[in-house]
Write a protein that binds this ligand. Sequence first.
Ligand code: DMJ
Length: 650
Amino acid sequence: MAAAPLLPTHRRYVNGVPVPQRQTLRMSEKFMVLLIVAAFLFVLVGAMFFLPEFREKVVGPGEPGDIFRPQPPASPPVEGLKFHQHDFDPVENVARDVVDSPKSRGKQELEIEQEKVLQEARQVLNKFGDDDVKNDIKQDKAKLQLQREEEEKRKQEEKNKELLEVNRVDTGAVGVSGGEPTDQDTKMKRDKIKEMMKFAWDNYVQYAWGQNELKPISKRGHSASIFGNSAMGATIVDGLDTLYLMGLMDEYKKGRDWIATNLKMEATADISVFEVTIRFVGGLLAAFAMTGDQMFKDKAVMIADKLLPAFNTPTGIPWALVNTKRGNGRNWGWASGGSSLLAEYGTLHLEFAYLTELTGNSVYLDKVKRVREVISELDKPDGLYPIYINPKTGKWGQNHASLGAMGDSFYEYLLKSWIMSGKIDNNARRMYDQAMTAIDKMMVQKSASGLTYVGDYKNKRVEKKMDHLSCFSGGMFMLGVEGAPEELKNRYKELGTEITNTCHESYIRSATRLGPEAFRFEGNVEAMSIRQNEKYYILRPEVIESYFYMWRFTKDPKYRDWGWDAAQALEKYCRTPGGFTGIRDVYNPNPAQDDVQQSFFLAETLKYLYLLFSEDTLLPLDSWVFNTEAHPLPVKTSLGAKDSHANDRR
Ligand code: DMJ
């Protein structure tokens, strides 16, 4: 059976003759039908989009028509950045970018985008002049700024944390803690010295933290020209090893962390090569040697490197001053004919030699070896080393030798270089013994009443005057007995004993029982100052330093008594509510005060006093050698030994 036609048909006739009928639609007709059906369906489905239920299901809530446009973000793209309707640019699609991928982009890109958004907001603002928008943008900007600052702060804190983390190595430090005396009297005295140190430190912390020194009466910071023009925390660096030795560990930690994060040595003015070496490089190296904390070593290297340009002279004898920014040097204007000074260029050896040993970098030792070569080859008038030398020509200046100001620590470093080398630097030892022999012959004097003193030698005459600074030599002579040629041993002992005694006399002949800056032997006057400008005492250590050495080598209790006497005088005349001060006239029972707490008071005076009342196990002299600022550096042969207390405080 044939299939029924799809559409009704009707018979067609042509000239009365029936035409045979089609049973199906033509192609064009089928297409037309399909088109009509499709159009109908399209209109139907399209209309459904306008039904709210349907729309919500498919595209979420919103006004009809929104689906054809990108959506602004539901929340601000970046915390603190508000989004306004006009902030959104459908063409650029900026907001979507910011929302979609802030984390995946670099901070810089994010900031550029944030800036762009703000820029656009600003344009809109101009267009609309809307005060609210203006305020909002202001706030957004402030928040953004705050965010940036917080990020910076966070980064800095992370960096600081790294610096504050203590990275130690075993330096084999011997006897850097303990040394407690067994008898109660000595223990009480030692505790008192510790209290004085804490008092000096606490006041510095309170009134001058980060400055070089403290003005205890004005209660503010102080800086001498030797430190250039910036606050470099001289008291912190100079006093740190004393705090550590005394077991003042909270104070030590505070100082240590300041150094880690703040010590940069960025003075724009000239700084003293000698002072920075003995106080800063020496202080940091001692702190490293005692604690093994590598931060101290890194800082010492950083500072020493800044001093190196000072050695760029035709002879290699360094300038007294160096400009760390410009990297050039010069000498003190007042030093005879632009000379370099013996006590300055000749007191770098210990620190620079130790730096080379620690870093393996020969540059430091090479510099000081060169200095020694130059002067050892020069003729010495009367066997003495003049205090002035021209660093360009390598020629001595005026004929003036001294064991006090401008000469002193050069001799000290000859002896101590030999000791620090493990007694193998025989060249230094020889130079020392020859120099001491010449000094004994040409400069050591006896007063009418039999006091031994060392005067300056000027144009073939000896001045009948001794500097407080020269009083360190009592201890030095005693320290140099061991290893001296046999024929010199007794003389060194004698000189050590007698010079220390004379310096003690200069103390007990004053109303304050503190010694003057210089004292004379003229007429009836012995071991006293005559001139007003020599009567001051600025908390210097040299006399107490000699008591310490004499005590260590002789165990004569008088040295402890003398030290205690000086400590009591310091308490009575130099202690003020804001720290310790120097005085202007040791012969006045009510002396005017100079209002400076010198950094060497903490580094040296109080350290030597503390050691004087400690057992010899604290910094034993066969393991440690003190630089001229009393910073202990390890004797070479002792490296590798262990400190039984070393871990107590870590
Ligand atoms: C210290 O800085 C050093 O001891 C230096 O060698 C000379 N004198 C002062 C303290 O008096």
